[in-house]
Design a protein around this ligand. Structure first.
Ligand SMILES: *[C@@H]1O[C@H](CO)[C@@H](O)[C@H](O)[C@H]1NC(C)=O
Ligand SMILES: *[C@@H]1O[C@H](CO)[C@@H](O)[C@H](O)[C@H]1NC(C)=O
Ligand SMILES: *[C@@H]1O[C@H](CO)[C@@H](O)[C@H](O)[C@H]1NC(C)=O
Ligand SMILES: *[C@@H]1O[C@H](CO)[C@@H](O)[C@H](O)[C@H]1NC(C)=O
Ligand SMILES: *[C@@H]1O[C@H](CO)[C@@H](O)[C@H](O)[C@H]1NC(C)=O
Ligand SMILES: *[C@@H]1O[C@H](CO)[C@@H](O)[C@H](O)[C@H]1NC(C)=O
Length: 563
């Protein structure tokens, strides 16, 4: 009897406990014009709730988010929850004209979605024009309440958002470039948590300080929110243990430098084991001379709180880390190929869809009678399999698909490049001009997709951070030159490949990814350099509904913005 009471009591406790696990978090996001002083002057930037960076959303795995977005700014806006799988809730994904029409000035929309099986760091950002330059924030996903980190609980945690700052309105910058087809102006500063650090004009006091105590181990959640630059990150005198990326855990590894492509996140443990103060540093990388911009170093402080003067770090000259050169591809490759899943992975197979997509730049001839701002009177372009993606303007692709509206998109996106050539060699000028259209690639629910992403050297070979909405994927291999199935298939990691939502396709190289198409809807795939998405380096997958009740896209919300 007593024994039963005890076990009944335990059962009751655990029932109560499991009942309390999943929560719903309600947030209001007001998109608005906000004055912010940076680099000598006050700028009116677009923010969420007047905050720059915007609010951090903290949740546990399994929780639901309900975010009401009110647009009080003068621009169309949408919000994307970068890396959130959005299982069956594609209407909440956010890319404008792909899963919804924009929230017009004065309008509002409520995004509802549940975090399912993801832990670590993601982020949210505007997905309309270049608004994400200032409209972004962190999403911190803690383990379920009945679970814990697969590493010793850190004493403190901090999201660190790396950004890019224009001494101008970023919307004007992209509009000016789009008018003539020229490359947009490059940014004027890099930022850490919205602050440019102390190396730029008038920026002496604009430094982010992250307090830490000597000896403690902290979890730093790095997010590359920059628009157009891959970034290296180091902390002077410290090594970092990588434990996660893109809200998936990784087999821990130690490094003195991180490389993040825009869109990527990396969680690291850092032990404060050096004399104070310490400093983080960031630099641009891997952009060979598109505009001939030299490398910019950037410093911000990671400060020990104790045994320092009252203003730690700012009064003591910080020690600076040595960063790799901006074009140090070897260091970038060594880092990106160090990632492994923590355990042996059940690799999706056999492959149903074998896809090969070229990703790269191009040039459009100038329309007759016009003057264009690109090289030799052209307009800059970019494409996937020679198709430069054009957003629709009267329906979102998802809505057109759901309602069967014809003429908005076609489903003939090619599985292979229309012309085979030496992708990373000296490409004939006659191949440089892509086609323009709105095409999707259709996938059957549950199909296993293997995708080779092949960089091209058309106009300029660059590193392309390719992001797929609504999915995580395994990165099986990456390499340089042209992918050669007969040799390179042997290099696939079919044991413990990392799970990511953004893969940095190497300069003049390739990456192979694999995923199961288990999330119905329309999912954008694009280069996360905003300058490239502006030029058309994007396509979309249309994943059909499955047969089961939980295998179909949910109905659209009643307040879904229409065009
Ligand atoms: C872009 O840069 C040019 C040259 O510095 C400058 O004249 C122009 O005003 C800039 N455009 C914007 C939108 O800031
Ligand atoms: C990196 O760029 C510098 C010029 O800024 C050049 O001298 C060097 O050769 C480049 N290194 C590589 C590996 O491309
Ligand atoms: C522009 O034209 C010049 C002279 O004809 C040529 O040398 C150069 O390669 C061209 N550049 C591009 C990007 O086509
Ligand atoms: C690339 O090919 C063109 C002809 O298609 C030739 O004129 C040019 O010299 C070649 N460049 C290099 C670097 O081989
Ligand atoms: C892309 O398509 C255009 C137009 O059909 C063609 O001129 C060009 O050669 C193609 N390029 C490649 C790389 O397929
Ligand atoms: C704002 O969105 C509407 C569709 O809802 C579109 O017609 C309009 O062109 C957009 N405005 C801008 C400036 O992109």
């Amino acid at each position: 009897m007593e024994k039963c009471m005890l076990s009944c009591f335990i059962l009751l406790l655990s029932l109560l406990f499991s009942h309390s696990i999943a929560k719903t978090h309600y947030h209001d996001f007001v998109v608005q014009k906000t004055p912010v002083k940076r680099l000598c002057k006050t700028h009116d930037i677009i923010t969420v709730n007047g905050m720059f960076p915007g609010p951090t959303l903290e949740v546990n795995n399994g929780d639901t988010l309900v975010v009401n977005v009110k647009n009080q700014a003068e621009y169309n806006v949408t919000i994307h929850w970068h890396g959130v799988r959005q299982i069956r809730t594609g209407w909440a994904d956010g890319p404008e004209f792909v899963t919804q029409c924009p929230i017009r000035p004065g309008g509002s929309y409520t995004y509802r979605f549940t975090i399912q099986g993801q832990e670590g760091t993601l982020w949210w950002h505007a997905h309309s024009s270049w608004l994400r330059a200032t409209v972004y924030g962190a999403i911190v996903i803690h383990p379920r309440e009945d679970s814990s980190y697969p590493f010793t609980k850190p004493e403190r945690e901090a999201p660190i958002l790396l950004g890019e700052w224009w001494d101008a309105n970023p919307i004007d910058v992209v509009r000016q470039a789009t008018k003539t087809g020229a490359a947009p102006n490059t940014s004027d500063a890099f930022t850490i948590n919205g602050q440019p650090g102390d190396l730029y004009k008038c920026s002496g006091k604009d430094t982010t300080i992250i307090p830490v105590a000597p000896g403690e181990t902290n979890l730093l959640r790095f997010i590359n929110a920059a628009l157009n630059n891959e970034l290296f990150v180091s902390i002077a005198g410290h090594t970092m243990t990588v434990v996660g990326a893109d809200a998936s855990y990784t087999k821990p590894f130690t490094t003195s430098v991180l490389m993040l492509g825009p869109g990527q996140t990396t969680d690291v443990l850092v032990t404060a084991d050096q004399p104070p103060p310490a400093t983080t540093s960031v630099a641009r990388i891997l952009l060979p001379a598109l505009q001939g911009v030299p490398s910019t170093e950037h410093h911000n402080h990671l400060d020990y709180t104790c045994s320092c003067s009252s203003k730690p770090g700012l009064s003591i000259p910080p020690s600076l880390p040595t960063l790799p050169a901006f074009n140090d591809t070897n260091t970038a490759t060594k880092f990106t190929t160090s990632f492994r899943s923590p355990k042996k992975v059940d690799i999706p197979s056999p492959v149903d869809e074998n896809l090969f997509f070229t990703v790269g730049l191009g040039l459009f001839n100038c329309p007759p009678g016009k003057t264009c701002g690109g090289p030799n009177n052209t307009r800059f372009g970019a494409s996937v399999n020679n198709i430069s993606f054009v957003l629709p303007s009267t329906f979102s692709i998802l809505q057109a698909h759901h309602q069967g509206v014809p003429g908005v998109f076609s489903t003939d996106f090619p599985a292979n490049p229309p012309v085979q050539f030496d992708y990373t060699g000296n490409v004939s000028r006659s191949l440089w001009q892509p086609d323009q259209s709105t095409k999707v690639y259709k996938l059957k629910f549950g199909s296993v997709v293997q995708l080779v992403l092949q960089g091209t050297s058309i106009f300029a070979a660059e590193n392309h951070p390719i992001h797929i909405h609504g999915y995580d994927f395994y990165i099986l291999a990456e390499g340089f030159g042209n992918f050669d199935a007969s040799k390179d298939t042997n290099k696939f990691n079919l044991v413990d490949p990392p799970l990511r939502n953004t893969v940095a396709v190497p300069v003049n190289g390739w990456a192979v990814i694999r995923f199961v198409a288990d999330n119905p809807g329309v999912w954008l795939m694009h280069c996360h350099l905003d300058v490239h998405i502006t030029w058309g380096l994007a396509m979309a997958f249309l994943v059909e509904d499955g047969v089961g009740e939980l295998e179909a896209l949910e109905a659209p919300p009643e307040d879904l913005p229409l065009c």
